[in-house]
Ligand binder design. Sequence first.
Ligand code: 13P
Length: 249
Amino acid sequence: MTRRKLAAGNWKMNGVGASLSEVQDLAARHPNPLCDLLICPPATLLSRMAAVAGPIAMGGQDCHAAVSGAHTGDISAAMLCDGGASYVIVGHSERRTDHGETDAVIRAKAQAAQAAGLVAVICLGETEAQRRSGQALVVVGAQLAGSVPDGATSANTVIAYEPVWAIGTGLVPSEAEITEVHAHLRAELSARFGAIAADGMRLLYGGSVKPGNAATIFALSGVDGVLAGGASLKADDFSAIIAALEASA
Ligand code: 13P
């Protein structure tokens, strides 16, 4: 099966109203993209971004597992939908580290996202110590098993492999390492959901993807797109990454 590629940007805790000019610029450069485009800005920008996003889908960066209630500072999946989001990132390593999110918490968030009609972009990845000790496949396999809900389908779930040590560091795994992890994740998904159901689920790579290395990463077997951080903040950089993904499709 041919999976439609996805170029996703995670703005993290960056961006104010003025930053939307980057989105407007990007939308103007890619009016008819050959791959799906997604930007996950801070939630404060969602409804304003809708006015300039054009073909670019919008997503949240996290959601609470509950529909509503006494959870100060949190945001629900339904609120993200209301702001115009169609995706939400869950289980980013910065959430796992800064907020102690476990696989069970992330699974509940993904379930809430899917129930609200959002696509859950479920992130996982090993630390440097885990990679050094030869545990990378075991770790990502356990994260996949623990954080992906039973109701996951190719329509409501995207998986993003983001090695913790590659995020914001300029370090990128070798081509063989990325291919190995993606093949492992695909095999685990097939074993759990059946080869046909799992076949459509997109597996992104994230971690220090830049215009200069994007084409090499996108040429790798099993890589269905990217979750970019820093390089998604500037239209010039993200546009070059999108062009590389389109060329690989
Ligand atoms: P960088 O692209 O800045 O390394 O961040 C990757 C990331 O964490 C995306 O979610």
